[in-house]
Design a binder for this molecule. Structure first.
Ligand code: UDP
Ligand code: MG
Length: 200
């Protein structure tokens, strides 16, 4: 795979749309130098959301492990006994969350796009996401508040965790014909080896 062509999936979740942050979020990825390869705006059904989260083997356990560790880091205890139990509850809540209204589904492309998008997006829990990231700057939810209210953590965005997750997730949201192959002028300055053609 040519690394300048790496692709990753981003969803602006229903809270991001309702907070009127579509433009702000797109701008963050766009200004970093990433290239928009596809975009859709619609209400996903429950089956689509379930398929999306279960596309990555071991997701149920991974999501629960991360959440339980975040509690432990704050000297608190997760309400769930095991990572899988936590993962199953989270999946149910995510299905409700993501199918509750329109989402913006996008593919962003560029050098190490999956990692760059995760960096710009910030960590899963807005309470502890770095300042300067989208989740850190625009919202304040936490695992504990979400668990108390039996709902998903509202963190504005889904971003594929790695290039291999992206490869599994992208076909769930987009057909091949939805994805644009095109040249963007800025790729010249980002990737061109010789920088010829600037001076007259
Ligand atoms: N989530 C949640 N409760 C949890 C863990 C996760 O509501 O205890 C939600 C949250 O919205 C998160 C999504 O599940 O964005 C997927 O979790 P993952 O660990 O994959 O985080 P992400 O990759 O989105 O940062
Ligand atoms: Mg994830």
């Amino acid at each position: 795979m040519i690394t300048q062509r790496e692709r990753t999936l981003v969803l602006i979740k229903p809270d991001g749309v309702q907070r009127s942050l579509i433009g702000e979020i797109i701008q963050r990825y766009e200004r970093a130098g990433l290239k928009l390869a596809a975009l859709k705006f619609f209400v996903p059904n429950e089956d689509l959301v379930q398929k999306h989260y279960l596309s990555f083997d071991g997701w149920l356990e991974a999501v629960g492990t991360k959440s339980i560790a975040a509690y432990e880091k704050k000297d608190l205890r997760s309400p769930f006994a095991t990572p899988v139990e936590c993962g199953q509850a989270v999946l149910k809540r995510l299905i409700k969350y993501l199918s509750s209204g329109p989402v913006v589904a996008m593919i962003w492309e560029g050098n190490q796009a999956a990692g760059i998008v995760r960096k710009i997006t910030g960590g899963t829990e807005p309470l502890t996401s770095d300042v300067g990231t989208i989740r850190g700057d625009f919202t304040i939810d936490s695992y504990s508040l979400a668990d108390t209210d039996d709902r998903a953590v509202r963190n504005l965005i889904h971003a594929s965790g790695s290039p291999s997750e992206a490869e599994k997730e992208i076909p769930i949201w987009f057909d091949k014909s939805d994805i644009m192959d095109y040249n963007l002028i800025q790729e010249k300055i980002l990737y061109d080896v010789n920088l010829d053609g600037i001076k007259e």
